[in-house]
Design a protein around this ligand. Structure first.
Ligand SMILES: Nc1ncnc2c1ncn2[C@@H]1O[C@H](COP(=O)(O)OP(=O)(O)OP(=O)(O)O)[C@@H](O)[C@H]1O
Ligand SMILES: Nc1ncnc2c1ncn2[C@@H]1O[C@H](COP(=O)(O)OP(=O)(O)OP(=O)(O)O)[C@@H](O)[C@H]1O
Lengths: 217, 217
């Protein structure tokens, strides 16, 4: 299972860390500030106090076990940039870094960040879309209340048709498609029945999906 | 056409304002800081320098013409709260306010904000979703063979339930949601029946959608 590292547990970093854990993935959460560690340690499973500009400390914290690391250090741009470089040097495959402004973001791209995020700017854009939007898919994609999910077909569903399973009424999820071998069956008919190895894609409210996953996945 | 007001042109507020304008809606952009006004006036059409804690100044700026106002003042929580109260008092129908933390957000709800946003926390959540999820919609949106469509409900469908209409079997399209008044019904149950003015969103193969549209739309 993919492991994530989050460095910097301010509002953005803490939210990234708790939400990744909520979705069932292990998170290594790091911050240099003792008070922050105290405040967040009941909210996260693995919290370590360490200075992310100290390569040895990062290594000892176990950062190399992470597939993806998110650098969420804020005000201190130099620390943010240095931590990003060190994490990339330690061989982390995918590094996401938060930028304070465009110039900072350009530097982060140059030094190897695989993805640069601008939380305030990007949330401003999605809010503008929400306030002016007439598209349901925009709404689903940017609303944390609904979700698009992909999962291996539960053993109990194999051999049963969508009509019999009646998922939209029983679990309030709608099946958009089935991935079978290398193919996508988009908008399957209700006669379609699941086969072993099928992966199905569905949408629904996040809490309904959680209930469904708990039961079958 | 709906008019928007944005008060506070920091990273979040400026992004909200420019993105709403980009989508074709008029924006009244307000900030009290002369340096900020200088920096943003080439990026926005209507920028006014005003102190949003001054009710008269707000009125003179023309805030009452706005259908929706977004309060994006940051550090200064009291200014943010007061501006929210004044804007609500001036009769603005829908007020969105940015909160710095949970306590601040609770106060904003109590004093009448219709929507409270936490940009860093919310962007953290959507990043966590992006990093841990896989998306069929990307596939549908980039494949010329399948399509995502939105259409006014055909007259023949009004009063009929999704179960009776049996669209996935008859026309090979799957209904993802229904837009009704200002609401989205995502993943509707098969008992849901269409009402006049409904707009529904569906996916399917491009040729099946073409057949369907030819018949009903
Ligand atoms: N060298 C470092 N190593 C580890 N953590 C660090 C380091 N420097 C700063 N941090 C931590 O990064 C966190 C986020 O930084 P800060 O609060 O300055 O950013 P912010 O932009 O205000 O955050 P947010 O907007 O996400 O609330 C802080 O908790 C801080 O202790
Ligand atoms: N009373 C006021 N009236 C109008 N504008 C104000 C008032 N007080 C503050 N502002 C403006 O609100 C803007 C945003 O505030 P600030 O920069 O403190 O928030 P921030 O949280 O750092 O912003 P962001 O994270 O969006 O960059 C500033 O440009 C500031 O000039």
């Amino acid at each position: 299972k993919k492991t994530f590292g989050v460095i910097g547990l301010g509002r953005f970093g803490l939210s990234v860390a708790t939400n990744i854990e909520k979705r069932g993935f292990p998170v290594l959460a790091i911050d240099s500030d003792k008070e922050i560690i105290e405040r967040v340690k009941d909210k996260l499973l693995h919290v370590i106090q360490a200075d992310a500009t100290d390569e040895l400390a990062l290594d000892e914290a176990g950062i190399k076990n992470c597939d993806t690391v998110i650098i969420a250090i804020g005000d201190n741009k130099e620390h943010n940039i240095l931590a990003t470089m060190l994490v990339k040097n330690l061989g982390i495959r995918y590094v996401v870094a938060k930028a304070v402004d465009e110039l900072h973001g350009k530097i982060l791209e140059k030094i190897g960040a695989d993805l640069v995020v601008y939380p305030e700017k990007e949330r401003g854009e999605t809010l503008a879309i929400q306030l002016t939007s007439t598209s349901l898919i925009d709404f689903i994609e940017i609303s944390p209340e609904y979700n698009l999910e992909e999962a291996k077909v539960p053993r109990e569903f194999i051999g049963k048709s969508l009509r019999d399973l009646d998922l939209s009424n029983k679990y309030k999820i709608i099946v958009l498609g089935i991935k079978r071998d290398e193919d996508f069956i988009v908008a399957p008919s209700s006669e379609e029945s699941f086969r072993p190895e099928d992966v199905f894609v569905f949408i629904g409210r996040t809490k309904d999906i959680a209930k469904f996953s708990e039961k079958f996945i």
